[in-house]
Design a protein around this ligand. Structure first.
Ligand SMILES: [Zn+2]
Length: 245
């Protein structure tokens, strides 16, 4: 028997049969994996709490004939999100990570981003839309997508004048070129461009250390939504995001 220890977060729960579950875990050691949890839905199961969505735990896993099974769970933290917004956005974040991460590929950075984001949500010190925009830009960068922010996406000239800038799916466009954009775009300002560049240039532990005002949060959030279109993915959970606040 080969037992493996892996620390990770539950991204998804899939119900199987009458009382079993398969959970999708994002782990430090094994990347994203699907793990069987026998009897996890029984009220007296020792796996009941540790296999819930958003749980961060150390999992002792057995590997048999190409499949992972849970043997033991030591919970590190249950992220108990309470408000409608907290639950909606957290569900969206795990869905995003699930969609951009491939099975069994090292994803330590995504895991660290998710844990850091969840801790920030629970601290209740930042607007959830600002948290969401930061999460999107950083996850996109980890996944290999980076917007042009220092030079115009069209003429390639360095941006020196921050008036009349526009942002579209590839990044920034200068005031001289911005009438040529055919795709969807939004007007951005120096503050928002600075916020985006701050996220891209800094470590995950520091990316939540700034606060924007309401107007700039809206522009920043819209820019992150636009940039996300690079992924060409649809999400089940994003339709709930704009129904509150
Ligand atoms: Zn230009």
């Amino acid at each position: 028997m080969s037992l493996i220890k892996a620390k990770g977060i539950v991204l998804k729960e899939i119900l199987v049969g009458e009382s079993d579950k398969i959970i999708v875990l994002l782990t430090k050691e094994l990347g994203k994996i699907s793990v069987g949890a026998k009897g996890a839905r029984k009220s007296k199961s020792k796996f009941l709490a540790g296999t819930q969505l958003f749980t961060y735990a150390e999992y002792i896993i057995d590997y048999k004939i190409g499949k992972y099974y849970i043997k033991e769970i030591n919970i590190i933290k249950n992220f108990n999100f309470k408000t409608y917004d907290e639950i909606c956005y957290s569900s969206y974040f795990v869905e995003m990570i699930d969609k951009v991460t491939f099975e069994s590929i090292k994803s330590e950075e995504s895991l660290y981003l998710l844990i850091t984001t969840f801790n920030i949500i629970l601290k209740n010190i930042l607007d959830i839309k600002q948290i969401c925009a930061i999460f999107r830009f950083k996850l996109m960068q980890i996944s290999g997508y980076q917007p042009n922010i220092t030079n115009c996406s069209f003429c390639q000239k360095e941006i020196l004048d921050y008036n009349n800038l526009k942002f579209f799916i590839e990044g920034i466009v200068c005031s001289k070129c911005n009438s040529n954009i055919k795709q969807k775009s939004i007007i951005v300002n120096y503050t928002v461009m600075y916020a985006i560049s701050y996220i891209l240039c800094n470590d995950i532990k520091d990316i939540f250390k700034f606060k924007l005002d309401e107007l700039n949060i809206k522009i920043f959030y819209d820019a992150s939504e636009l940039f996300l279109e690079n992924l060409e993915l649809s999400f089940k959970t994003d339709k709930f995001l704009n129904t509150s606040s």
